[in-house]
Design a protein around this ligand. Structure first.
Ligand code: MN
Length: 196
């Protein structure tokens, strides 16, 4: 994704490009997840950034260098910016180069989805499941705890599903696996492709 830069020393709220995601993510979940949870991470990030020595860096660089509370909040802002950006109402099948890469790395799209969902379902506690590209161009699926992002491991993140309970509890309660399998209906693969 494009680097997110601070404006006048502060990061802005990542905007949503849609007002609804049908039945997959309810408007109630969207309003809490984006409007309350992400808002808190942005506000905390901006407070903790002051005096950290990392002011004026773009968000990815802050995530790579920060520790403690600043890392947690910067990581969560970057993770959520990517999560909310990748959904939309079109392109729900892999396209172009990312389609080729999924085929050469995982075989059938269904097999890739199964592995990605399984890694998301078995991540213990709060975190994120990621599809990334490594330095050799190979695709990898990783489980990352809490606010972690694959950029800290030298990977290029392409797609992520949030498995913190706040992402699905209002709509799916304890059924995390159902939430994960439903998300494919709203992924816009042109966004994923643009991150290569
Ligand atoms: Mn979240």
């Amino acid at each position: 994704m494009k680097d997110i830069s601070p404006k006048n020393g502060a990061f802005e709220m990542p905007q949503l490009a849609y007002s609804s995601l049908g039945d997959v993510i309810s408007s109630e979940t969207l309003s809490y997840h984006h409007g309350k949870h992400l808002k808190a991470y942005v506000d905390n990030l901006n407070k903790l950034l002051q005096g950290s020595g990392l002011e004026n860096l773009n968000l990815t660089e802050v995530v790579k260098r920060a520790e403690g509370g600043l890392f947690n909040n910067a990581g969560q802002v970057l993770n959520h910016a990517m999560y909310f950006e990748q959904f939309g109402n079109a392109n729900h099948q892999p396209i172009g180069k990312v389609k080729e890469l999924i085929s050469s790395n995982f075989g059938a799209f269904e097999d890739f989805k199964k592995e990605f969902e399984q890694k998301g379902a078995t991540l213990f506690g709060s975190g994120w499941v990621w599809l990334s590209q490594d330095a050799d161009g190979k695709l990898v699926i990783t489980q990352q705890k809490n606010a972690e992002n694959p950029v800290t491991m030298g990977l290029k993140p392409l797609l992520t599903f949030d498995v913190w309970e706040h992402a699905y509890y209002l709509d799916y309660q304890n059924r995390r696996a159902d939430y994960l399998s439903a998300l494919w209906q709203i992924v816009d693969w042109s966004v994923v492709e643009s991150r290569l």
